[in-house]
Write a protein that binds this ligand. Sequence first.
Ligand code: ADP
Ligand code: MG
Length: 249
Amino acid sequence: MALLATPEVTATALRLIDLHKTYQGREPVHALRGVSLDLLAGSVTAVVGQSGSGKSTLLHCAAGLDTPSRGAVVVGGHDLTVLRADDLTRFRREHVGFVFQAYNLIGHLTARENIRLPLVLAGRDVDRAWEGALLEFLGVTDLVERLPGELSGGQAQRIAIARALITRPAVVFADEPTGALDSATGAAVLQVLRDSARELGQTVIVVTHDAEVAATADRVVVLADGLVVDRLESPTAEQVTARLLKKGR
Ligand code: ADP
Ligand code: MG
């Protein structure tokens, strides 16, 4: 499967078309009610919205971690929503990176072992030149022999970002990556993600409820009740806050 082989991907890396997600239960929950977004390569998009507005659901559906009830997720001309489970797993392993709020580093592995884990799982060799450049770029070269318990929150999240980028993914998904950090450290971590997106032509999607963090993105998408209710181009933190506080749609 030659995902990402077509040139059009370099312009629009990821296209979300009319995504719907309904969680079935005693009362069905309509978490996404028709979300369409085009995400450009080399750009950072922040998704903001109140708790329960559908941010995590959107991220999980876009990343192929969950299946939308309706709609398409198109990468390189391929619709992920129709892939078989094993093809989807391979796609994620080869083309997608994840950064989580809780870092999810493995405690008994050194930082370097954590960073290399996705390569080990995929049976791929370590590109030492790339690894070195990435560590340098993230400012963590001197930390790689440490265990996660010996790192500050900001350092741990940089290691987690190195782990997400070591496979050179086309798309990086981050769900509240700065949620456990203070605002200044969070903004610095986001800055690193944005620089790497520019440098590597990656598409980055960050879910956050922090206006400072969102303001470091190229574009901010505002979700409410499972719908995109606004898009802000290079907004200031004040503009994001004002939009989040605005009543109704
Ligand atoms: P956010 O990340 O913006 O807080 P979520 O995407 O987590 O929002 O949730 C959107 C809506 O879907 C909420 O009403 C939430 O309760 C519901 N929801 C999320 N996950 C599930 C699930 N696995 N089963 C049922 N309802 C869910
Ligand atoms: Mg969430």
